[in-house]
Design a protein around this ligand. Structure first.
Ligand code: 1HE
Length: 268
């Protein structure tokens, strides 16, 4: 794959770029329950590296079949009989892909269904917004498989649910679903219908924001969380200095000042 993003180069991801800047990225290995093999991870590195500079204003991450993602490709891993060093490098590629997703500055909205397990939950937790449907369930089965998380769960899933629940999920394979999963923070939305439809609605709304504002929201918040409060407040001031004085924001401020902009109202 060269310097520009050629969407036809992708095999395990099916990608469509809408004219409104909303891209749909579909995990495309339903027969393997969208298990993440090395090729898929490499495609994600390529995609999330280049999408922010290729016109993507929001990305909906979805999946073929009934399950979002079954995590690490256990069959590939078994066959490869990897050395510790080899698997460390595999994990580093996962981190490369998921960090580019989380810190890349383009909103990623995951449309979840069925199994969101192991590395599948690691992938989902790198998205900025997660939408679950009634079939969605979350688990970390690594413990039962003799494995450990390697794609960022210790960081991102712990952030979402807290240390004690994270350890319980890993030790016991506990499954969360429905409203309980939402209450814990594993997803922000639970829908009765299609998670894809809801994710598209959110993506379109998000894509209407100014790109620099979205860039700040989808990179600065994560970076600042890694900093001390002192450093984060400094960084926040710098980011706000850049974002809040951007030329395209003037039009929106003008609309507020002349009372043509929508007001914030409670849900009816
Ligand atoms: C797979 C994988 C996989 C399915 N790697 N091939 N993740 C797990 O422990 C989850 C493992 N998967 C499952 O528990 C189930 O497959 C599902 C609940 C996701 C779906 O169940 P089901 O009954 O619909 O499908 P199935 O019959 O189990 O699998 C259908 C096919 O998908 C079958 O292949 P086939 O060629 O025999 O038809 C399965 O082998 C294949 N498949 N899941 C490879 N995960 C960086 S570290 C991250 C650590 C982890 O992620 S550990 C993995 C945790």
């Amino acid at each position: 794959m060269g310097r520009t993003l050629d969407l036809s180069d992708f095999k395990n991801l099916a990608i469509t770029a809408g004219e409104d800047g909303v891209w749909v990225v579909t995990l495309n290995r339903a027969a393997k329950r969208n298990a993440l093999d090395l090729d898929t991870i490499e495609e994600m590195v390529e995609l999330f590296d280049k999408a922010p500079r290729s016109g993507a204003r929001a990305i909906v991450l979805t999946a073929e079949g009934d399950h979002f993602c079954a995590g690490l490709d256990l069959v590939e891993h078994h066959k490869a009989d990897r050395s510790p060093e080899d698997f460390m490098h595999v994990c580093l590629r996962w981190h490369e892909a998921f960090n580019k997703m989380e810190y890349g500055g383009v909103p990623v909205i995951a449309a979840l269904k069925g199994a969101v397990v192991g590395g599948g939950l690691e992938l989902a937790s790198a998205a900025h917004i997660r939408v679950a449907d009634q079939s969605t369930y979350f688990a970390l089965p690594e413990g039962q498989r003799g494995l450990f998380t390697g794609g960022g769960a210790t960081i991102r899933v712990t952030d979402l649910v807290g240390k004690a629940r994270m350890i319980d999920m890993m030790l016991t394979g506990r499954v969360y679903q429905g409203q309980e999963a939402i209450d814990l923070g594993l997803a922000q939305y639970l829908v009765d219908g299609s998670s894809f439809d809801k994710a598209m609605e959110l993506a379109k709304r998000t894509a209407a924001n100014l790109p620099l504002t979205n860039f700040a929201i989808c990179s600065a918040v994560s970076h600042m969380k890694n900093m001390s409060a002192m450093d984060a407040s400094y960084a926040e001031a710098v980011v706000a200095g850049v974002v809040n004085t951007q030329a395209p924001a003037r039009e929106r401020l003008e609309a507020f000042a002349n009372k043509t902009a929508a007001r914030v109202r409670p849900n009816s």
